[in-house]
Design a protein around this ligand. Structure first.
Ligand SMILES: Nc1ncnc2c1ncn2[C@@H]1O[C@H](COP(=O)(O)OP(=O)(O)O)[C@@H](O)[C@H]1O
Ligand SMILES: [Mg+2]
Length: 578
């Protein structure tokens, strides 16, 4: 990194959309990237109130001279590029010279820095004004404090997300850097609590061990694939284990964490046939390629890149991942194309197009009526307006595709999603039990040991008391290890851990009452009949009857539709009987 200077206007004008500071997360991102660019070996991030009150990033990087400390707050001042040519081969995380001025414009900023640990400089700014500029004692490196974000922009301040949301996102962001730079120590503190502190290690594998524990590392396979100018390396989860969400997919292009669609799509495609439905691979994938092969100057937050040869990159990832999976698993999977082959009974494309259109319209119209129903006024879906449905007027015809229950009512045909229906029934039952304070729980013979990831632990702090109400009792065992001492009786021992993790994953910042319902909804979802399960007539009949007794038979507790109705009139219209 050279000395700081202001970019000439012809270079500055080539820089994509100005840096936007939207939230505490963006401040942390820019400051940490600066520390990494300055060659830091230790980066410490301290926050208060999810970062809206206070953010401090300290590093032991190369620091700045007094002159640089003054210049760095000017727009387009950077030490990372000089000419337009440099823009075509960026090797640093930053390059626009816009972050510090943008941050200084919306917060109170204090900078302390020294290039050698002897001469130090202190700068304090408030909005556009410098209110202090003096010599100060400071170890080698840089410390930047950002207070009262958006103090001068009350509207932006009002729209900030909740503290937990912000902290969760920042934790994930810092984990992403910790993974890309294992030789750097990363520390994160929130208020008086240390969320993590990872001492330097030599490899990604060791870093993953620090973050996620031995269980994860044991089930990873290593990728190391070179072709022409490309190098793809990292770790992947070993099938058939996967994850319900994509929270453990990290993709880096030249050490820059990007949510790159191309790479992630190639990854998911390569896993098709290896994982159960609804499961996603875990991946820490690093793609290294010559800097001129990738344009990073396309996205304001630098969260996306553009490849010169996207086709080629897609092909390489598919090749590398498929290769390693076949080596590891030793057999070929049933590929998605062979699984999704049309059944010999499906109509030809031509009549399909016709009937699909029609069907879609019918379903759309009928479902509009059906899904209008709200809590409490739901039964009206089966009749004109007021009349109560008569139970015997519903007849179960059978199961369709192992997923749906087909039933008739005098008004039409019902197609009921068996999983969503059962989920609705269980949810209400759990809610009732809970209200009667009869939510039964059990203790395993030996406590179940759970290793939480840092982001899960952040959520646990907030979720703990509600989890306890729902029957999960966790005791800390040091570090991020917990013992599950008690869990709801409706769960089998092997499920309890997974369900707890699912609850933490789905944990969102909502009102307390909603959060408790969300926990019950997850419990209901995890204990309900699965799609694909064969059901006897008596079970189907029972399920439909129970469903109709619930407060809202048309929506599952997660808000997904439970059934569609084909009204008699619609059927008659479609068949031209009317
Ligand atoms: N933590 C730091 N250590 C050393 N120098 C820094 C640090 N943060 C910022 N700088 C200097 O300030 C300049 C401006 O920073 P910034 O506004 O983020 O722009 P950019 O990172 O795009 O160059 C950087 O180019 C760098 O020279
Ligand atoms: Mg920067």
């Amino acid at each position: 990194m050279g000395r700081i200077h202001i970019l000439p206007p012809e270079v500055a004008s080539k820089i994509a959309a100005g840096e936007v500071i939207e939230r505490p997360l963006s401040v942390v991102k820019e400051l940490v990237e600066n520390s990494l660019d300055a060659g830091a070996r230790e980066i410490k991030v301290e926050l208060d109130r999810g970062g809206r009150l206070f953010i401090r990033v300290s590093d032991d990087g190369q620091g700045m001279t007094a002159e640089e400390a003054r210049l760095c707050f000017e727009r387009h001042s950077t030490s990372k590029i000089t000419s337009e040519d440099d823009l075509a081969r960026i090797t640093t995380l930053g390059f626009r010279g816009e972050a510090l001025p943008s941050i200084a414009a919306v917060a109170r900023v204090k900078l302390k820095t020294s290039p050698d640990g002897q001469r130090g400089t202190l700068v304090e700014r408030e909005g556009e004004r410098v209110i202090r500029f003096e010599e100060a004692a400071c170890p080698r490196g840089t410390i930047i404090e950002v207070r009262d974000l958006f103090y001068n922009l009350p509207v932006r301040r009002k729209f900030l997300r909740s503290e937990t949301t912000e902290l969760t996102r920042i934790t994930r962001l810092l984990l992403s850097y910790a993974q890309a730079f294992p030789q750097v120590r990363f520390t994160l503190r929130h208020g008086s609590r240390e969320i993590f502190n990872y001492p330097p290690v030599r490899s990604l594998r060791e870093r993953l061990f620090q973050i996620y524990g031995p269980e994860l590392v044991e089930r990873l396979v290593e990728v190391d694939f070179r072709k022409n100018k490309y190098h793809l390396w990292g770790f992947l989860s070993r099938p058939p284990a996967g994850r319900r969400d994509r929270s453990r997919q990290f993709c880096y292009i030249n050490h820059r964490w990007v949510g790159d669609k191309l790479v992630l799509t190639a990854l998911e495609q390569s896993y098709q046939g290896w994982l159960e439905k609804g499961q996603h691979p875990e991946a820490w994938l690093f793609l290294e390629l010559p800097p001129e092969e990738v344009d990073v100057n396309v996205h304001p937050a630098k969260a996306e890149v553009r490849f010169k040869q996207p086709q080629e990159i897609f092909r390489i990832i598919r090749l590398a991942v498929t290769d390693i999976l076949q080596q590891t698993m030793g057999v070929k999977p049933i590929t998605s194309t062979s699984m999704n082959k049309e059944s010999p009974f499906s109509p030809t494309l031509k009549d399909r197009r016709y009937s699909q259109e029609k069907e879609e319209r019918v379903i759309r119209e009928t479902s509009e009526v059906l899904f209008e129903a709200r809590d409490g006024e739901v039964r009206s879906i089966f009749q004109g307006e007021t009349q109560q449905p008569e139970e015997q007027s519903i007849v179960v015809l059978g199961q369709f595709l192992g997923l749906y229950i087909i039933a008739t009512t005098p008004e039409g045909l019902l197609i009921i999603d068996q999983h969503n229906a059962h989920e609705r029934v269980l949810f209400e039952r759990y809610l009732e039990l809970y209200q009667k304070k009869e939510f039964p729980r059990k203790s395993p013979l030996f406590p179940l040991v759970i290793e939480l990831s840092p982001d899960q632990e952040v959520k646990l702090e907030e979720a703990q008391s509600l989890l306890q109400q729902a029957g999960f009792r966790l005791e800390p065992m040091g570090g991020r290890t917990y013992a599950l001492q008690e869990f709801p009786d409706i769960l089998a021992e092997e499920e309890a851990k997974n369900v707890l993790e699912a609850i933490l994953e789905e944990w969102r910042a909502e009102k307390n009452q909603e959060k408790f319902k969300a926990i019950l909804a997850t419990l209901a979802c995890r204990t309900a009949i699965k799609a694909g399960e064969r059901l006897s007539f008596s079970r189907m009949k029972y399920l439909v009857e129970e469903l109709l007794k619930t407060a809202n038979p048309s929506l599952c507790p997660h808000g997904r539709p439970v059934m569609v109705k084909l009204a008699v009139q619609e059927i008659e219209k479609a068949l031209k009987r009317r």
